[in-house]
Ligand binder design. Sequence first.
Ligand SMILES: O=C(CO)[C@@H](O)[C@@H](O)COP(=O)(O)O
Length: 248
Amino acid sequence: MTLTAYPQEVRAEVARTREVVARLHAELPRWELVVWTAGNVSQRVPGAELFVIKPSGVGYDELTPEAMVVCDLDGTLVDGDRAPSSDTAAHAYVYRHLPEVGGVVHTHSTYAVAWAARGEEIPCVLTMMADEFGGPVPVGPFALIGDDSIGRGIVETLSRSRSRAVLMRNHGPFTVGRDARAAVKTAVMVEEVARTVHVARQLGEPLPIPQADVDRLYERYQHAYGQPAPQPPAGADASSPDPQETPA
Ligand SMILES: O=C(CO)[C@@H](O)[C@@H](O)COP(=O)(O)O
């Protein structure tokens, strides 16, 4: 089914999502999370069983909204003149099995990949980890690219954790969020804590944080950190929060 077969309002949402996903890809080199083309961002299209992702192997300076490709939740190309990311099957699997997820990111950021190479979860020894991940950053199984293996490993691992990042063993981090911006933020944060905990370990054994304190920190950060969400204008439908609003 091509995009022309979808209603105009879906095509308009696709255009908006292309703008968002194209802009967020620039954050990956900006935060030094990738080299060359080794990372990708996607976002679900509101109101349709579609998502937007980058084309495979295309440099970040070429990633315009028009260059983005559109896929259905089976990972089949619906719109775009280039092949979708090689991780499209993984992103699609996540969207099919985690309906609350609106954005997925994959990078090869150095310190997170170093923890993935050892198949070791990042222990929750920082208040920033309690805030952002609610505990350790877990490790997912080794899985070859090309079918549902990576996606299944992501979903099974995240389903056992509060973390929105998973270190796929011998590969690297995948992150999820309510939208792509939230998933990019988590990708930035998982690299930051991977680096900091690694440095701490060079100096000695980091100290764990009691679980009750981890829980308190997580609840505060997830619900009270940053600016309050803007209140809808009087009489507006308050039941549909702006999907672009994500924790700061
Ligand atoms: O990790 C891999 C390949 O092993 C991919 O995520 C990375 O090269 C990015 O690929 P794409 O350019 O998104 O197809």
